[in-house]
Structures are given as structure tokens and as C-alpha cells.
Design a binder for this molecule. Structure first.
Ligand SMILES: [Zn+2]
Length: 308
């Protein structure tokens, strides 16, 4: 019999990362497509189904047997029912993607949240492998998290667990997109770091990357903005540790590209705060932007085994 393979898609606001993934987590084929979200959710849904169908056909042509489809999307995701409930940047409103994919491809399908399946991949195949309690935190335009216990993601009662970005770390602080003030995301995301530095320096185009490189070169303002974000992040991680008591925290997303310029001060800031807590190890993600794709494949394989 031909080797089994999973059709995996990670749908973002600007692009879709797609792959054929073997059950052991290795990638047999990869491709990328633009999402073109401005066309509206119906057109995006059709593109997702067409790309998935194309991947399944390619798998068969290459001698594989497609066994399932895994799709990851951002926003609020009802994993149990396979519905993309809401997404700001793709425009989904109650799209039953699991059912639509099953009809189109005639294969079992699973739908997951992009960051939570990324967490699943990092916990099982990446920086958290071999560990039982893993918290993955993606820091990019926003901040989101995913908790993985014994290799299983924790979605929460309403598919909204892990929203570490909306833990308030600076009461009365910067206004967040969610409507609250002082959320971690409003204080320490790459976007908020760039914005803060731009406001204080008068350079409108400054990015978090600029702040990191200037801070490393000794620019005093950049160091202050960077350290403020690090302190906010440490406060958020300490809250998470009090709740979850994980063994390892995996930092991913664009901001983690700063490597030791982020990891070392975050480790120090967390270490300086712990009291009764047992400190988690804090490490950098290993799978980069393929984590979502790999995680959606793992989720699909798990669903075949009848796991929740
Ligand atoms: Zn918020």
C-alpha cells in the first residue's frame, strides 16, 4: 500500500502555508499561496478547498495515500465542530470548514486554531519535545499562546484558551485592540514595541526589529522601550506560570527572531519575579513558520485516532 500522508494548510491573513506531511511529522512537499482576504470569506474558503484538493491530487500522483486534511485558521475556532467562528484578518463568520473540506476531498478533516496547533507542533516535534507541560507563546503583530499537556492541546470550553495577549499587565496602560487597556499584547507585541519607539523617537516607520538592533548597539531610548516590553512579558509569563506551572515556555513568532536579545533578558526578568513558583525553562521555538502547518497535520492525525 502507498504511504499515508496528510494534506495540511495554515491559513493566515496574507498567505497560506501548505504541505503534505507524513505521520512522523516530516514534510514531503510544501507550497505557498496568497490568501487575498480582501476578496471576502467565500472566495477565501473556495481557495482553501481548491488548494487542498490540488494537494491531495499531487499526493496521489506522487504515490502517497491522503488519509486526512488538517486546516489551521486564526481567530475564534470551534475545533469540536470544525467551524471558523470569527476572524478579523480573514473575515470568517461561522464557516463550517471541516465539513466543507470533508465533502470536497472525501477525506476526514480537522480544523484548528493557528497558534494552538503551532503549540502542538512545537510541543511534539520542536522545542518542547519530550516535555509534558508546554506553553507556547507567539509574539508577532499580536500575542497568543497555546498550552499543550501530554501532547494534547487545550482549547478551552469555547475554543478561546491561551489568550495570554489579553492578560492585563499594566492596568490603565496602552489601549488594546480588544477594548481593554494594558493588555500584554498592547505592551509587548512587535507592533506595540515599534509604535512605542516611533512615538518617543519621532520616527514614524520604526519597527520592533529596529528597536532590537538599536538597543543591542546601545541606543538608550531603544533599550528602555525594549526593556519595558521585556518586563511586561515577564509579568505575563509569571501569571501564566502561576496558573499552569509548565515545565517549558517556548517563545515563537517574529519577536523571537531577536534570539538572545529577547531570551536572556526575559529569563532574567522572570527569574527576578518568581516567589513560590517553580521557574519554567524559557526557550526559543524551533519550527519557525511551518509550525502551524505541522500542527494542523498532527491535529488531523489525532482526530483519526478518535482523540478529542
Ligand atoms: Zn487586549
Amino acid at each position: 500500500m502507498n504511504d499515508p500522508i496528510v494534506v495540511a494548510l495554515d491559513v493566515g491573513g496574507t498567505g497560506m502555508k501548505c504541505a503534505l506531511v507524513r505521520p512522523d511529522g516530516t514534510v514531503a512537499h510544501e507550497e505557498r499561496h496568497p490568501t487575498r482576504a480582501e476578496r471576502g470569506p467565500e472566495a477565501v474558503t473556495e481557495t482553501i478547498l481548491a488548494v487542498a484538493g490540488g494537494l491531495a491530487a499531487r499526493a496521489r500522483a506522487d504515490g502517497f495515500t491522503p488519509v486526512a486534511t488538517g486546516i489551521a485558521v486564526p481567530g475564534v475556532v470551534d475545533e469540536r465542530n470544525g467551524v471558523a467562528v470569527w476572524s478579523a484578518n480573514v473575515g470568517f463568520r461561522d464557516v463550517p470548514l471541516k465539513e466543507l473540506a470533508e465533502q470536497r476531498l472525501d477525506l476526514p478533516a480537522a480544523l484548528g486554531h493557528d497558534v494552538r496547533v503551532g503549540a502542538l507542533a512545537e510541543a511534539r516535534l520542536g522545542a518542547g519535545r519530550g516535555r509534558q507541560h508546554v506553553l507556547f507563546v507567539a509574539i508577532g503583530t499580536g500575542i497568543a499562546g497555546g498550552l499543550v499537556i501530554d501532547g494534547r492541546g487545550y482549547p478551552g470550553a469555547h475554543g478561546a484558551a491561551g489568550e495570554l495577549g489579553h492578560v492585563v499587565v499594566r492596568p490603565g496602560g496602552a489601549t488594546c485592540g480588544c477594548g481593554l487597556r494594558g493588555c500584554l499584547e498592547a505592551e509587548a507585541s512587535a507592533k506595540s514595541i515599534g509604535r512605542r519607539y516611533a512615538e518617543l523617537s519621532g520616527e514614524p516607520g520604526a519597527t520592533a526589529f529596529d528597536v532590537a538592533t538599536r538597543a543591542a548597539r546601545g541606543d538608550e531610548l531603544a533599550r528602555r522601550v525594549w526593556q519595558d516590553a521585556v518586563e511586561a512579558l515577564a509579568d505575563g509569563l509569571l501569571t501564566a506560570q502561576a496558573l499552569y506551572d509548565v515545565g517549558v515556555v517556548v517563545l515563537g513568532g517574529g519577536l523571537a527572531e531577536a534570539r538572545d536579545d529577547l531570551l536572556l533578558p526575559v529569563r532574567a526578568a522572570v527569574a527576578g519575579r518568581v516567589t513560590f513558583h517553580r521557574s519554567p525553562e524559557i526557550v526559543r521555538a524551533e519550527l519557525g513558520d511551518t509550525a502551524g502547518c505541522l500542527g494542523s497535520a498532527l491535529l488531523a492525525l489525532d482526530s483519526l485516532k478518535g482523540s478529542p
